[in-house]
Design a binder for this molecule. Structure first.
Ligand SMILES: [Zn+2]
Length: 334
């Protein structure tokens, strides 16, 4: 549904503070540029160009995953993000192979979150099409409750809001992103839901009254129209890539509580006309098939000799900033 914007609800898009591109620097064997005190678990986090912009955050996250017993396989995948290589074979050209760096796909990995946001943004922009969308921010009144309880309540209230006649009148569908912040001075959690919604103009005062009726104590809401597609894209990128800030990860206790509270919980919600969007699904690539971890394949001698030899040579020389390496060779000539 497309509506005409009014001057009062039109807001300029705020510029993003950073690029979507993963920063890559071809430097080898450089220690982590961090001021953190060393910890035995840091040895698992070899410095890597995939993560130059978030080294301290990765170290703190890795320590928190260990403290919260997040699972050995998840913790290992997180630590090894970008370090391992996987062999892929073309399904259309049998003698064509690629080495691709592995990724952990963890929601707490900044590099993987960025890649996921690029994919998510394309899906959402396709869903928006030529329609106008609004961004709605819903906030719960601050309390001293545990984060887990705050999130439970936010989700329950949002579910209840979507069943109100007013919501059904003004909103046809959308995507909600959860934002978690913490006040380190009061040790209180602040949770917000940022919603990208299709529908018609909804007076802010009416929305506030509806949210107050649902929550019983919270009437702080914001709603504004995003006229330009890039504004919607920036909105998606901002909240899809947003990880917790220093107010959370600089406190072991707070970071542990955060990781425990979001475990197994969706941090984005789709509803209405956006419910069927596949935001987190990696689209299949019919032209390539993953054969396995190259170290395993080499050690078990289960790939063609020329691939074995070329892979070994490539792994010894491939620059740090290369993430896909083509292995193409005529097996008859080597
Ligand atoms: Zn990762």
């Amino acid at each position: 549904m497309t509506t005409t914007p009014t001057a009062s609800e039109t807001a300029p898009a705020a510029p993003l503070p950073s690029s979507l591109d993963v920063q890559e620097t071809p430097v080898r064997d450089q220690p982590p540029p961090t001021g953190l005190r060393p910890h035995p678990s840091d040895a698992a986090l070899r410095w890597h160009p995939r993560h130059t912009h978030a080294t301290d955050f990765r170290i703190l996250t890795h320590r928190a995953l260990i403290r919260t017993a997040a699972g050995s396989s998840r913790t290992r995948r997180f630590a090894e993000c970008g370090h391992r290589w996987w062999l892929w074979q073309s399904t259309t050209t049998a003698d064509r192979y690629q080495l691709r760096r592995g990724a952990c796909h963890d929601r707490l990995c900044p590099a993987c979150s960025t890649v996921r946001a690029i994919r998510m943004r394309a899906v959402i922009l396709d869903w928006i099409g030529h329609d106008h969308v609004r961004c709605i921010t819903l906030t719960l009144r601050h309390t001293a409750d545990r984060l887990m309880d705050r999130l439970d309540r936010l989700y329950a209230c949002f579910r209840q809001l979507r069943h109100t006649p007013a919501w059904r009148k003004y909103v046809t569908g959308g995507i909600g992103f959860v934002e978690v912040r913490r006040n380190p001075n009061t040790n209180t959690w602040h949770v917000h839901l940022h919603v990208l919604a299709k529908g018609t103009w909804w007076p802010q005062a009416d929305l506030a009254a509806t949210w107050k009726a649902v929550t019983g104590d919270s009437d702080i809401v914001d709603i504004r129209l995003l006229v330009q597609p890039h504004a919607a894209a920036s909105y998606v990128t901002k909240y899809a890539t947003k990880l917790v800030g220093p107010d959370v990860h600089n406190s072991d206790r707070a970071f542990d509580e955060y990781i425990t509270a979001i475990k197994g919980r969706k941090l984005l919600v789709t509803f209405g006309t956006a419910r069927s969007l596949k935001l987190l699904t990696v689209p299949p690539d019919p032209d390539w098939q993953c054969k396995g971890d190259i170290d395993f394949l080499i050690s078990h001698d289960c790939i063609p000799t020329w691939v074995h030899d070329h892979a070994l040579a490539a792994l010894a020389t491939v620059p740090d900033n290369v993430h896909v390496y083509d292995l193409y060779c005529d097996p008859d000539t080597g």
